[in-house]
Write a protein that binds this ligand. Structure first.
Ligand SMILES: [Zn+2]
Length: 141
């Protein structure tokens, strides 16, 4: 879900921002983490999509997340796949499971890879990486 070209301002690729992705990142720019929640059955979902996987309803809203969650899984990158990340190695992409049950790929801003463990409690922080783009990342809670 990223454009492969690096942003000149940020130096790294930025997420694609069109359709539901544009709406998701517009909330991030306001420092709000919101996910789709089904208005029929209440199920949360991410990544954004048109229809509820539980009840098939197309009636949904952008609901505000608590921003609290835990590390569901992670890996450590020692050989960057993209040159824009060469200065970051070693780093650990993480999958965060939010309290609402949705999972998202992100970064932990205040822990080295060797400090990470499964179920580590985390909370969202927002990094304004360009004037237009804010990325949701996480810190230890
Ligand atoms: Zn539903």
């Amino acid at each position: 879900m990223t454009d492969s070209k690096a942003s000149p301002e940020y130096g790294r690729p930025l997420p694609r921002r069109h359709g539901f992705g544009a709406e998701f990142y517009a909330f991030c720019k306001q420092h709000e983490l919101r996910f789709q929640r089904c208005k029929q059955c209440g199920a949360w979902r991410h990544v954004p999509r048109e229809m509820c996987a539980r009840c098939a309803s197309r009636d949904w809203e952008w609901a505000k997340s608590s921003g609290k969650g835990k590390v569901f899984t992670f890996t450590t990158v020692t050989q960057p796949m993209m040159p824009q990340f060469a200065d970051a190695v070693p780093y650990s992409p993480v999958v965060i499971e939010l309290e609402e049950g949705v999972r998202m790929v992100s970064w932990i801003v205040d822990a080295r890879p060797e400090e990470l463990r499964l179920d580590l409690p985390v909370e969202v922080v927002f990094e304004d990486v360009t004037p237009e783009v804010t990325l949701p990342k996480f810190r230890k809670a």
